[in-house]
Design a protein around this ligand. Sequence first.
Ligand code: 5AD
Ligand code: SF4
Length: 438
Amino acid sequence: MFTKLLYIETFGCQMNVNDSERIVSMLADLGYAPTNEAAVADMILLNTCSVRGGAEEKVYNRLANLRIYKRDGKQQIIAVGGCVAQQEGEELLRKLPYLDLVIGTHNLHLLPDMVRGAERGERRSETSFIDNDQRLDLFPSIKGESRLSRFVTVMQGCDNFCSYCIVPFVRGREISRRSADILTEVAQLAYEGVREVILLGQNVNSYGLKTVGEPTFPELIRQVAEISGIDRIRFTTSHPKDMSDELIACFGDVPKLAGQIHLPAQSGSDAVLKLMGRGYTRDSYLDKVAKLKSVRPGIVFTGDIIVGFPGETDDDFEATLSLMEEVRYIDLFSFVYSPRPGTKAAELHDDLPKKVKMARLDRLMELQRRHTRDICQPYIGSVVNVLVEGEGKLPGQISGKADIGRIVNFSGDSALIGSFVDVRITKAYPNSLLGERV
Ligand code: 5AD
Ligand code: SF4
């Protein structure tokens, strides 16, 4: 029975989105129902991200705003989870007297107990990392409402220590979940009516490599593809250095694997890639892209790029633009470099004026808009297969994702929700496609 309301705001990556889902399901057992309105909530939780400085600032501002509700005399639990919580720990409780709970990235299993304590007025922070051998059983399964496309965590953490990145510090060491647990969960999801799974991890390509007797990631994909009812598989995120020939081959002979891959390059310049500690060169990245395009004609790429890394010259930046021209991403997430305390890159001399960085970002985004348009326009007139996931943008429309990952809106009956439908594309927008059922 629900007797209380829970309001969650999620920042950052899919890992956090996934954690928020788990939190909702764990706290449902304590009588908390989700709400979209902070003002009426009995508990407010911010699931935070610290991958770039801006995101962190946002959290502090948001907390400052949210405490208005608490000041109004309402009994309200305020909690911070995710990567800012992991990084700041107790310090957050000290800085913010109205804050009740700080919950680190390895401590979600403690949350019910912490919330019970907070209901009695206890303030608590839990941010210790848990050893890998004890962590395996702490991947709580997601219950919750059955939808058609679900994330399934296959690994957590990261051992790569790219020089700019805070993730290894706030998410801890890499650990792969047991394949038996993953397959059981996927089979259960299929039974509940889920049609698409997105295998999730900071660096899925290194799945299983450090555990004796476990499949590699390509082997895992093939095992997941055996599960009937699951008709589409995606995964994120891939590190290009661990993109093996075996994994590339899956795109050739596992038809359930969707024709889209997120493959963050970060830069197109070998000098910058070296300083970033990425472990691949421009050529080896482009080589993998070419192989993927040849085993799966029509595959589309999305990626991440950081501009203005310390020491990035005009030539380095031009190399990034030319890499974009060669790959031609359908979508690109681009960021201005932001130094993260404790990382190796934070010690590098960073003398590029902000104006230069912003101008580079603008140019890059302009090029990307052109590529998105050039890649999407030719879909007009062609037929794509859409997993219908819900109501569309306008009344009478339904909507879903095409194999290439784009949202497609089209006129149709909501009885089609849950099935795969062929749709002819009639118009391409910057973020979605419009079509009609064939
Ligand atoms: N500054 C800017 N962008 C960053 N990213 C990670 N760390 C930083 C940083 N310090 C970007 C990378 C990564 C994405 C999730 O965020 O591009 O792939
Ligand atoms: Fe960060 Fe690099 Fe690990 Fe990705 S692979 S999470 S960028 S350290």
